[in-house]
Design a protein around this ligand. Sequence first.
Ligand SMILES: *Cc1c(COP(=O)(O)O)cnc(C)c1O
Length: 219
Amino acid sequence: MSIQNNLRFIQKSIPENVTLVAVSKTKPISDLMEAYEAGQRIFGENKIQEMTEKWEAMPKDIEWQMIGHVQTNKVKYMAPFVSLIHGVDSLKLLQEINKQAQKNNRVIDCLLQIYIAEEESKFGLNEDELAAILRYIQNDKNEMNHIRIVGLMGMATFTNNQTQVAKEFSRLKTIFDSIAIHNSQFTILSMGMSGDYELAIECGSTMVRIGSSIFGNRN
Ligand SMILES: *Cc1c(COP(=O)(O)O)cnc(C)c1O
């Protein structure tokens, strides 16, 4: 299967209201250009330096999304161009994104990453931390005018147990709905990867992040 065929197959299998992020981390620019030529304009990367190099080299109508864990001291490198940051999991990081966005005269869209898996290793906020951050952002005095929280992101446990994965995705969807009902900026629920995106969509995902099913396995 070619990258273009993989991409067309996935585009056909997801509903129109679900956005496909092509996760191109570790892949060479020639692979990304194949996807670009098939019409893909949204790419996800998990390392800021790699994303910046690709941004510099590739057509400027691409939306670059950061899907990985972000170190505060590296925000400045992507602030001029990043279109969405998925993995925001602390107020400190959000404040730095706000500061760097302001320097670049931009408003940067962010998703708050919620911890839904059973594994210890995954990053993310719990529900109390989420509520505290939303409260802080909503307080005008804090002047967080250069970021917009547009939704949530989560990663399910890496397991074949579909019941468990569905339970985790559904929990994230419930949390998302409880905020979206009184916050019209909340439009993106980023959940689902190559192995579980169909289930994620069934559970209410509006954005899937797919790498290996498009570009092949990574080393
Ligand atoms: C790598 C990665 C993906 C894509 O994973 P695949 O299994 O290759 O589709 C999705 N989300 C995040 C956060 C990732 O780091």
